[in-house]
Design a protein around this ligand. Sequence first.
Ligand SMILES: Cc1cc2nc3c(=O)[nH]c(=O)nc-3n(C[C@H](O)[C@H](O)[C@H](O)COP(=O)(O)OP(=O)(O)OC[C@H]3O[C@@H](n4cnc5c(N)ncnc54)[C@H](O)[C@@H]3O)c2cc1C
Length: 450
Amino acid sequence: MIVNSSNIRQLGDRLQGQLFQPEAEGYDDARKVFNAMIDRRPALIVRCADVTDVIAAVHFARETELPIAVRGGGHSVVGSAVCDEGLVIDLSGMKDVSVDPDKRTARAEGGTTWGDFDRATQRYGLATTGGIVPSTGIGGLTLGGGIGRLNRKYGLACDNLLSADVVTADGTLVTASADENEDLFWGLRGGGGNFGIVTSFEYQLHPVGPVLGGEIIFPLDQARTALRFYRDWSTDAPDELRADATLASTPDGPGLAIEVCYCGAIDAGEKVLLPLRKLGSPMLDTIDCVPYETVQNLLTDIFPPGMHHYWKSSFVREFSDDAIDTIVDFFTAAVPPPLAVITFEHLGGVIGRIGEQDTAFSHRQAQHSLLVLRTWQDPEKSEANIAWGRQCYGIAEPFLESGVYVNYLGDEGEARVRAAYGANYERLVALKNKYDPANVFRFHQNIKPA
Ligand SMILES: Cc1cc2nc3c(=O)[nH]c(=O)nc-3n(C[C@H](O)[C@H](O)[C@H](O)COP(=O)(O)OP(=O)(O)OC[C@H]3O[C@@H](n4cnc5c(N)ncnc54)[C@H](O)[C@@H]3O)c2cc1C
């Protein structure tokens, strides 16, 4: 069946939510995603109000052979939330979060952002591992693994997933959990958006907050020493601490920022942080005892929507003095303007105590990941900024693993997609054969059916 005005009208009549077509009011806003590099024109956008809308949209797309893109928070750097000439199933109208404080669980709809989620759960003093920028969607982040400030104490976001309601490629609503559709549940925890549309996620929560959080910034001439200290201190740290180290141009000048979140007892955390706070002569120290949501908002202003983004990342294999010197030398030789950063993210802890095959996310042994990130406003600067990002990553690459976190992966070709799913790739292909043999869900770092 081809798409025509009559069947589009019928679809519109069935929906509780909204339908956007090209030229209609709201269409241009509805097709925008977080990364301004992405400019795609879908044939239709269905902003779903509930599960029945999701099912209706999947059936319509299958009948009309329109490709489907699924939008959660719209943060994917490759822009997989939108596609040209296809149907976007937009979950941003589905953001209900309900918390059970006795069981310490939360159920959140597929379009919820981490800002919505933290707000709802922190009312009860609870939280789970989630993204470090509040506008990021729980959907893409959890399905790819989900690193965040609590990841060393409580594991990845996907490690806290208890169950998911999923609309599969044939439009059926199923539940996946440790007791039901266990194979699908395994694949949803790291296999990305390849297996279906998750209309609601149920998470385990934990008592969190207040925390010790904030950042210390060292001037660039102390970056080498501070980064060596960071490597040793963060590697030996208790699970309660997550600390990221970032070479960046800050409003106070270029330097190394170490951002911390300690989610355990405050007096114990003060002792853990003392060696950092006694180090060198920092330009700034904002670490304090604050609500968890305050720390979760530290980067909100730094990442507004509508900027151009280039990201390239991998896990750190060799965090040697040589690696530190090479990376600091590169950054110091030609300090880039804001916002160009090289960040070491702190992994390990509980993440590494879960087996590589227990969930689809397999990169469990890394202690740190490295992310080269450049954002800018002026499209004329795209070529130069991407070139800087590539050059920077090339300098760091000899010290990195071949594996990559799927949610930080750009449009980097088939081999890198395989590297992202790592040791679990073949099992994921088998799961794809079972749940989506026609590859209906193919825009998010695709696992192709055999
Ligand atoms: C500013 C910024 C900060 C970030 N911070 C972090 C971080 O702290 N930790 C981290 O791990 N990652 C982080 N990321 C990366 C992030 O995990 C990915 O960009 C992820 O895809 C975001 O999810 P989303 O729902 O917002 O994305 P979208 O672009 O909406 O979705 C990406 C893909 O995920 C799938 N998807 C999304 N929702 C659903 C759903 N409900 N059901 C089925 N499939 C779905 C779809 O295939 C979709 O194409 C960040 C990204 C940005 C831009």
